[in-house]
Write a protein that binds this ligand. Structure first.
Ligand code: SF4
Ligand code: SF4
Length: 400
């Protein structure tokens, strides 16, 4: 049995409403190998996927609780050959269904079948506006294919979000990325500054931009926003570690969001799987209702009883809910610590030290990044992949 129901809810915290947004990570398998992938570094050790019937049951339970938004992601969800069945079931239940994909595997026939099944929306990821960098960052030759997939998505009449994870290597291309999304007729462009968890944490030294690079990129974004005059919406969120302002992570732990991982483990956020002692429950053992209301994992950081005195006495706790637990753990070793992105955190120095190293690291990696043998190693980057996952999650040596 995975997880514990011996939850200790903060009795002062209001009982949460339903999980409005369910993210179903259908598989950790993916043909790409992105250096910033948010999947857990040890994903290759969790390869027993829920079967079709189990996923249909999870969706029905979530909808009965009041969930309305469904994200189907991974890994690459198109690698599941039951994706159309899952979409059709979700559509019949009344979900708004969003496919979050690298595009690899989205043929015209499949896009048509997904449309007929009731898929509402597609989010397509690019790594960059240039073939060289897109292919380098994903360790695949996929740029042209993704470009074709964008036209397939539009031909089926789906609303389309383009998503691009931003970091040191592609921030100078931000204007061209915006122009690419415009040329592809995207409704929305999400410029997602890298969150340093999962594989991005492994690669943080090689991905972290300088504050100056971020400011320049944001100015470029604002110039394009003015030019576009609302024709395409652009989401740009400055990184919390640079802004020194903790984010309202997941709108609060266990408040509106639930993720079900490929093997059935239910989590309050994308990265929480790595938190030691979380004892996350599995949908194989418990109902979603039990998990949401009664599990130790979902109650661990609700309310403010778990907070440090710094957060509990802070006027901003109602806005940021104390920030991000995973970031707190990665920088301090304690998931209950004040988010070190915050200026009030006694561990803020660790974040500042990382930011101060960015200019030197940038100088060290100044070279053309091309998808050729050994280029990643020379740039200080580790690709997401099964062998690296197994090596990095083996104890005690952290190899690669
Ligand atoms: S970030 Fe890249 S490697 Fe990770 S799931 Fe998405 S496409 Fe695959
Ligand atoms: S002290 Fe805590 S609640 Fe206050 S701003 Fe910092 S992280 Fe947020």
């Amino acid at each position: 049995m995975r997880g514990s129901m011996a939850g200790s809810p903060d009795m002062a915290a209001p009982r949460p409403g339903p999980p409005l947004w369910l993210l179903a990570e259908l598989t950790y398998r993916c043909p790409l190998h992105c250096v910033f992938c948010s999947n857990p570094v040890d994903y290759a050790r969790h390869d027993a996927e829920l079967d079709t019937g189990q996923w249909l049951d999870v969706l029905a339970q979530a909808r009965a609780m009041g969930a309305v938004q469904l994200g189907l992601s991974g890994g690459e969800p198109l690698l599941r050959d039951d994706l159309e069945v899952i979409v059709e079931h979700a559509h019949r239940l009344g979900f708004y269904v969003n496919l979050i994909t690298s595009g690899i595997g989205l043929t015209e026939a499949r896009a048509k079948a997904l449309k007929q099944a009731g898929l509402d929306h597609v989010q397509l990821s690019f790594q960059d506006s240039t073939r060289e960098l897109n292919d380098f960052l994903s360790c695949t030759r996929t740029f042209e294919l993704k470009s074709r997939v964008a036209s397939i998505i539009k031909a089926q009449g789906f609303p389309m979000v383009l998503n691009c994870v931003m970091h040191r290597h592609n921030l100078p291309h931000v204007g061209r990325i915006i122009e690419m999304a415009e040329a592809m007729d995207a409704q929305y462009l999400e410029l997602a500054n890298t969150q340093y968890y999962g594989w991005a944490w492994v690669n943080r030294e090689a991905l972290m931009p300088t504050a100056h690079e971020l400011i320049q990129a944001e100015e470029e974004v604002n110039r394009h926003r003015a030019r576009l005059d609302g024709r395409m919406k652009i989401l740009w969120v400055s990184p919390d570690v640079v802004e020194a302002r903790p984010k309202a992570c997941m709108n609060g732990w266990g408040a509106v969001f639930m993720l079900v991982a490929p093997d059935g483990v239910a989590l309050p956020c994308h990265s929480a799987r790595m938190l030691p002692g979380l004892d996350a429950p599995s949908v194989r053992d418990f109902s979603l209702r039990e998990i949401w209301h009664d599990s130790r994992a979902f109650n661990a950081y609700r309310g403010d009883a778990w907070m440090s005195d710094t957060c509990r006495s802070c006027d901003d706790k109602g806005h940021d809910f104390g920030g991000c637990r995973c970031q707190a753990y990665l920088f301090t070793g304690s998931a209950a610590a004040t988010d070190p992105a915050c200026r009030k955190s006694p561990h803020r120095g660790a974040v500042d030290a990382m930011l101060e190293r960015a200019p030197q690291a940038r100088a060290a990696s100044e070279q053309p990044l091309r998808f050729v043998p050994n280029a990643a190693r020379q740039a200080g980057l580790v690709y997401r992949g099964d062998a690296n996952s197994l090596a990095l999650s083996s104890e005690p040596e952290a190899a690669c």
